[in-house]
Design a protein around this ligand. Structure first.
Ligand SMILES: [Zn+2]
Ligand SMILES: [Zn+2]
Length: 258
């Protein structure tokens, strides 16, 4: 008999989480504790996706990989890697060969070294940031073809001109999603994103996933946990999945490459 995957099973996967090696996660988040938590939560599979903000951070990924016992087969080695905010040519900050799961994220404002939570106003106009971000996202999809875009749109949610996910922004997302489909890139439904958004943004974000479903772009679930209790925990993501009418066939699950 063919196994039937239920939507509830989709939530038994976590494709995005951090460890003590991020430098900003809870100190209990050792690789060993993360694996134990996954087992206690009876998750089917996780991907550990530590940050790579610059090339030397790849050594962290090697350390993490060395701490995963070979007998544990349902822990994938991934990376949350930044798109190069200086070059803006679509390249990522480091090579990703041999990794199971590659999340491309945008944590700095385009053409700057200013982090998403810092003040960008003195450096660039919001409209310029938005335009450059859009162009940059397209280039990253086409050039780097990551497995998924991490927390898509989180960066522009910091701009006051992005009040909600309404028509003009969704038009741009429609183009981003067309490009994702063309290059086989998924988009991430990231539980922690609502912490980086304003209220109106959080309640309209489901439209991006509705659009992804319409266009046949695959969606992947990630908690973006920085502490143990957040691993595999989906509250807001479930709400979005419900509002956007997502079903099992709209999702993908990371697969092991090594
Ligand atoms: Zn991130
Ligand atoms: Zn993350």
């Amino acid at each position: 008999m063919k196994a039937v995957i239920l939507l509830s099973d989709v939530f038994a996967y976590d494709s995005h989480l951090h460890t003590i090696y991020s430098g900003h996660s809870h100190p209990a988040m050792t690789v060993e504790a993360v694996i134990r938590q996954m087992q206690e939560m009876r998750l089917e599979q996780i991907a550990i996706t530590e940050h790579v903000f610059e090339e030397p951070d790849l050594s962290t990924i090697e350390i993490i990989a060395s701490q995963i016992p070979p007998s544990v087969e349902n822990v994938l080695i991934g990376v949350e890697i930044d798109a190069d905010a200086t070059a803006l040519d679509g390249a990522l900050v480091a090579p990703t060969d041999g990794l199971d799961w590659v999340i491309a994220s945008f944590h700095k404002f385009p053409g700057t070294s200013i982090w998403w939570h810092e003040d960008y106003r003195k450096v660039k106009e919001e409209k310029t940031i938005y335009r450059e971000w859009l162009d940059w996202v397209h280039k990253v999809i086409a050039k780097s073809k990551p497995d998924t875009l991490g927390h898509p749109g989180a960066l522009i949610c910091q701009l006051s001109i992005v009040e909600e996910f309404d028509r003009p922004i969704l038009r741009d997302f429609a183009e981003i999603l067309d490009s994702c489909r063309e290059h086989g890139v998924a988009i991430e439904l990231n539980e922690a994103t609502h912490n980086k958004m304003r209220r109106l943004q959080t309640v309209t974000y489901y439209r991006v996933f509705q659009l992804a479903k319409e266009k046949g772009v695959k969606i992947v679930l990630g908690s973006d946990a920085h502490s143990l209790p957040k691993i595999g925990r989906y509250l807001w993501a479930r709400e979005i999945a419900g509002r956007a009418g997502l079903g099992v066939s709209d999702f993908i699950i990371p697969t092991r490459r090594r």
